[in-house]
Design a protein around this ligand. Structure first.
Ligand code: NAP
Length: 390
């Protein structure tokens, strides 16, 4: 057990390919979360010169010779594989497929709890994915990003890779550019998926490897973006909650003798803060995705989950109020019918909610819903026009 940034590192995480583009960001993210991090690759530490690299335990090994993995897996609870390779098809099947399958089997035999695999478009990865889901049915997570962009460290030089500049995809296209049209290549999938930042992939990979309730299975690029957004919001919200609590405690001590009106304003602020914070732990009936979809349709993009849930809760409240009002309208309508035709109707006490009740309730909220006469549930259907209400 070691310390980094003042944190005690408790859980052992092994990053396969921790000196590569994605792997190095995964190592940094895990160190930032206070984890104990080791890496295994053919060249070990390789050319990384960043200060954080000295907090990683670097192992040299080749996944094509699984026995070289044994020592590195000792005491490890989670593995993240960022191992991939490029070259001929058979070489890629070997590195993406066989190498990762070897790692999955060795990790399972050593009793590793969770295994996350940063997968790619094709070339052997499907066999590795199947192996992972078989060997780790409860703790196996496959991340399937398309393009990954970010900064790649080469020695002391940092290469900023733009949206199209992900090195693997570049190598794919270099490999095939004169042989087949682009739309016939297996990388056509990634071309149609949005690019994702390497820090988002690293964030979700570490969370999937360490959070026991992270669901097993495949996470595509949209899932990566969503999980990343949620955990960023949770982090901001936690910091906000802590600083607000500290502020509240401080204010309580300072303002004991202040006037009552000011005290009640603080109460309101505190209640609002508590309410917003509680939305992080509350699952509204209307799913976040649905709210996000309709907000996006109206041109409103919001990365703050609390705001999405606030809209969901407000909508839920609105729908339930309209339903209650419509029920009242229904009761009033049926009561007046009973008065008119007392003998006939008295036996049937069922309430039948109609569009007429709903549109009356909605009218009070400024929503005008006109129900077509020919709808079967319209109470006036089939009546003589002279006897109709409106
Ligand atoms: N970059 C992208 O845009 C992108 C997009 C989608 C998916 N992915 C996937 O993400 C993963 C990581 O990609 P990357 O861009 O980070 O690749 P990378 O920079 O080339 O890193 C690959 C890593 O794997 C290690 N490695 C290769 N063969 C190995 C073997 N036989 N035994 C042990 N280690 C081995 C390499 O280290 P040594 O050479 O020292 O062994 C290196 O650390 C890959 O699975 C890739 O398919 C990447």
């Amino acid at each position: 057990m070691r310390t980094y940034n003042g944190c005690t590192q408790e859980r052992e995480l092994l990053v396969l390919g921790g000196n590569g583009f994605v792997g190095s960001h995964v190592c940094r993210e895990a160190l930032d979360r206070g984890l104990s991090v080791a890496s295994l690759s053919r060249s070990g530490r390789s050319s990384l010169h960043d200060p954080w690299a000295s907090n990683v335990t670097w192992h040299k090994g080749n996944l094509l010779s699984p026995e070289s993995l044994k020592d590195a897996l000792d005491g490890v609870t989670s593995v993240i594989s960022c191992v991939g390779g490029f070259g001929s098809n058979s070489y890629m099947y070997k590195i993406n497929g066989t190498a990762n399958i070897n790692a999955i089997r060795a990790a399972s035999e050593q009793g590793v709890k969770r295994f996350v695999y940063v997968s790619a478009a094709d070339f052997g990865v499907r066999a590795a994915e199947t192996e992972l889901l078989t060997k780790f049915p409860y703790g196996g997570v496959i991340l399937r990003p398309g393009f990954i962009y970010g900064t790649r460290s080469v020695g002391s030089v940092k290469l900023p890779l733009g949206v199209i500049g992900s090195p693997l995809e570049m190598r794919y296209s270099q490999l095939f550019q004169h042989t087949r049209p682009l739309n016939q290549l297996p990388l056509v999938g990634p071309l149609f998926t949005p690019p994702v930042n390497v820090t988002a992939v690293a964030n979700v990979a570490v969370r999937a490897a360490t959070d026991p309730v992270f669901p097993p299975g495949i996470v595509d690029v949209y899932g990566i973006q969503r999980y990343n957004q949620k955990s960023n919001t949770a982090r901001v919200s936690n910091q906000y909650r802590i600083s607000e609590r500290e502020k509240m405690n401080h204010n309580q001590n300072q303002n004991q003798n202040q006037q009552s009106s000011e005290g009640s304003r603080h109460d309101d602020d505190a209640a609002l803060t508590e309410f917003l914070a509680s939305l992080m732990d509350y699952t509204p009936t209307i799913p976040d995705e649905l709210v996000e979809h309709y907000l996006a349709k109206s041109g409103f993009q919001c990365p703050d989950v609390r705001l999405i849930r606030l809209v969901a809760v407000a909508t839920q409240k609105f729908v339930s109020e309209v339903a209650t009002d419509a029920l009242q309208q229904c009761k009033a309508r049926q009561a007046s019918v009973v008065k008119d035709k007392r003998d006939k109707q008295q036996k049937d006490k069922r309430l039948i909610l109609t569009m007429e009740d709903l549109s009356r309730a909605l009218r009070e909220y400024g929503v005008n819903v006109k129900h077509q006469e020919y709808f079967a549930d319209s109470p006036s259907t089939g009546l003589d026009p002279a006897s109709r209400e409106e």
